[in-house]
Design a protein around this ligand. Structure first.
Ligand code: ADP
Length: 646
């Protein structure tokens, strides 16, 4: 044998850390290593089988594919063999020397957490794949031969000390893992992974649906031939037993599948440490035949709102795996759904580009969208608490859906939205809001801002609430944009409590305000002049009751939208401006004070104008341009007041 590549290579730094975690892990579910390795073996077979079906130069027979377990008790060795695609030297180096890409990112993000002692979570949460072998092994040997090559390679490592790769004359294509189990300690007994019953149990528990037989030679006893019943004699013999049932869960009759089965399957397949919030399993037959098994996660995946998150469903054609994340099966606003679709109507040879135009696939996607929607509607109706959990995690995505695509999808999504209600003090649907609207109420009122607590204190609300009208509080950046896109719900237009005119005042009130405005024209003009860079207008307010001032806006852009748009990365400073209006409460003592100041010394009104404007901003939850000037003005007032008192 020609020996090459024998020098010891070091693991990539991140791999090393994960390995250390594996080796020293106090993680209690060490048993999952078996499921991880079997899953790798099954993937490797999938890939070769797929080639055999699509590449005329590759010939393999479906029936020959298998995964084998073998136990060597005296040596304390567990072997795991597959006749899948195998690895070339480069693949071996790349795949087992560096941590898998998906894993590496997760791992980086989790590192801080892990330092604080939460390391167990890293393992529980994310599939750790091949390296999990080191949870139970002191040495791991990999013998592998790629279907492309005539010879094989041997990779070996004790984890801590790097790994070696050398040529190895492997006769068959595929991969064999040889796990030299760790020594038993007082706390841990690794011998369990040499026991037939235990291995059988683990395969059943975690890998039952694997589509290729997982086989093991097991020892059995039987009555010796010719031995008589009165004086029975037994003999032991070995037999190859298939440990898994091989029927993928989505192919099993629904009645036979327990919630636990679904949960297990989901958690393992989609590497989620939480159980799914909801499961949708649907079989469709007819012009279009397919099975879909879909899951709604119970929490937002850590990268969900980033570009790293890839949406899509796994795609199978009559049980043969085609693609991991087929994006065309899900609309953007349901991108949180995970799962798979298996259809006999799809061609295996289909490429990603062709899929986009595939009629069958489009039809399936359309059906699935309806199905997901109806599942959500049902959840909203039957299990409100669960729906609210769902909405907490993915509601934002639905709102983006309303806003995106130029509003084309708003009709499908608007009845799935929830907002916090000022009067109900809980999340409500738009339909519920409309059903509670007062007879004389024309609009659906909403207030947009930073938090529910702050919105609840907004002076602008008073007038609307006094009328007995409910207000929807909106705290997501996208909210007002989505609202603008919707324009109305059930024929009722949305109206911000901040908008220029609320149209709530009676004829008498209108007259009063007109009179007050006329009487104080000079004062209002002086204030307007003083604030000409900040506001478009200064008015006597129709909406304030107990507060002295507030800000509102005319036109399509609200102050909240101004904030959101200007905060957008890359936005030019103050590129977008709301048409702000400073409203003054004509009945408030402050207004009377203003009148007096103006009479005595018209020039000093500018200081007051600045103060009132800053106050209004603060109440609204915005920051003020010049806090020092604000503070100085207040101090001056205090000193003046004190001087008067003396
Ligand atoms: P993951 O399976 O999440 O990619 P792993 O660490 O389990 O991460 O495996 C890394 C890579 O090693 C796999 O993506 C695959 O390419 C390769 N690999 C692992 N096991 C096998 C195997 N039995 N046969 C062929 N390739 C394998």
């Amino acid at each position: 044998m020609k020996v090459r590549y024998m020098e010891k290579q070091q693991f990539q730094a991140e791999s090393k850390r994960l390995l250390d975690l594996m080796i020293h892990s106090i993680y209690t579910h060490k048993e999952i290593f078996l499921r991880e390795l079997i899953s790798n073996a099954s993937d490797a077979i999938d890939r070769l089988y797929y080639l055999a079906l699509t590449d005329e130069n590759v010939h393999y027979n479906r029936n020959e594919f298998k995964i084998e377990l073998e136990v060597d008790k005296p040596q304390r060795v567990l072997k795991l063999r597959d006749n899948g695609i195998g690895m070339t030297r480069e693949e071996l180096e790349h795949n087992l020397g560096t941590i898998a890409h998906s894993g590496s990112l997760l791992f980086k993000n989790e590192q801080d957490k892990e330092k604080s002692g939460d390391e167990i979570d890293v393992i529980g949460q994310f599939g750790v794949g091949f390296y999990s072998a080191f949870m139970v092994s002191k040495k791991v040997t990999v013998l592998t031969r790629s279907f492309k090559e005539e010879t094989g390679y041997k990779w070996e490592s004790d984890g801590a000390d790097g790994y070696t790769i050398e040529e190895y004359p492997k006769e068959t294509v595929g991969t064999e893992l040889i796990l030299s189990l760790k020594d038993n300690t007082d706390e841990e007994n690794y011998d369990e992974f040499l026991q037939t019953y235990r291995l059988r149990e683990l395969v059943k528990k975690y890998s039952d649906y694997i589509r290729y037989p997982i086989q093991m030679e097991v020892e059995k006893t039987r009555l010796k031939e010719g031995s008589d019943e009165k004086n029975p004699e037994y003999e032991t013999y070995t037999e190859v037993e298939t440990l898994n049932s091989m029927v993928p869960i989505w192919k099993r009759p629904k009645n036979d599948i327990t919630a636990e089965d679904y949960n297990h399957f989901y958690q393992e397949k989609f590497m989620d440490f939480k159980e799914p919030l909801s499961v949708i399993h649907t079989n469709v037959e007819g012009a279009l035949t397919y099975t879909a098994l879909l899951f709604i996660p119970s929490e937002t995946p850590y990268n969900f709102y980033t570009r790293d998150y890839e949406k899509g469903l796994q795609l199978y054609s009559s049980g043969v795996f085609i693609m991991d994340k087929c994006p065309d099966l899900l609309p953007e606003y349901f991108r949180f759904v995970r799962g798979l679709v298996d259809s006999q109507d799809l061609s295996l040879n289909i490429s990603r580009e062709m899929l986009q135009h595939d009629r069958q696939l489009k039809a399936i996607a359309k059906n699935l969208e309806k199905k997901i929607k109806s599942e959500l509607v049902k959840m909203l109706k039957d299990d409100r608490e669960k729906y609210e959990t769902f909405f907490k995690h993915f509601g934002l995505q639905l709102k983006y859906g309303v806003y995106g695509n130029y509003g084309a999808d708003k009709d499908k999504l608007q009845d799935l939205l929830l907002y916090y209600s000022s009067s109900e003090k809980k999340m409500v649907t738009l339909e519920e809001y409309v059903s509670r609207m007062k007879e004389d109420q024309k609009y659906i009122y909403y207030a947009a801002g930073e938090s529910i607590v702050k919105l609840d204190q907004m002076p602008q609300n008073e007038r609307v609430q006094e009328k007995g009208y409910e207000i929807l509080y909106m705290t997501d950046d996208v909210d007002e944009f989505a609202i603008q896109m919707m324009h109305d719900f059930d024929g009722k237009e949305f109206k911000s409590v901040n908008s220029g005119s609320l149209e709530l005042e009676s004829e008498d009130e209108k007259k009063e305000i007109e009179e007050k405005t006329a009487e104080n024209k000079d004062l209002l003009d002086a204030l307007k002049e003083a604030l000409k860079d900040q506001v478009k207008d200064v008015r006597v307010s129709a909406r304030l009751k107990s507060h002295p001032v507030c800000l509102s806006s005319d036109g399509g852009i609200s102050m909240e939208m101004e904030r959101v748009l200007n905060a957008y990365p890359g936005a030019e400073k103050d590129m977008i401006k709301a048409d702000k209006v400073l409203e003054l409460n004509g009945e408030h003592p402050v207004f009377a004070a203003l009148q007096k100041v103006y009479e005595k010394d018209p020039a000093s009104v500018a200081d007051y104008a600045g103060l009132l404007y800053d106050q209004a901003l603060l109440i609204e939850g915005f920051s003020i341009d010049d806090p020092v000037a604000f503070s100085n003005r207040i101090c001056d007032l205090m000193v003046q007041a004190n001087a008067k008192a003396e």
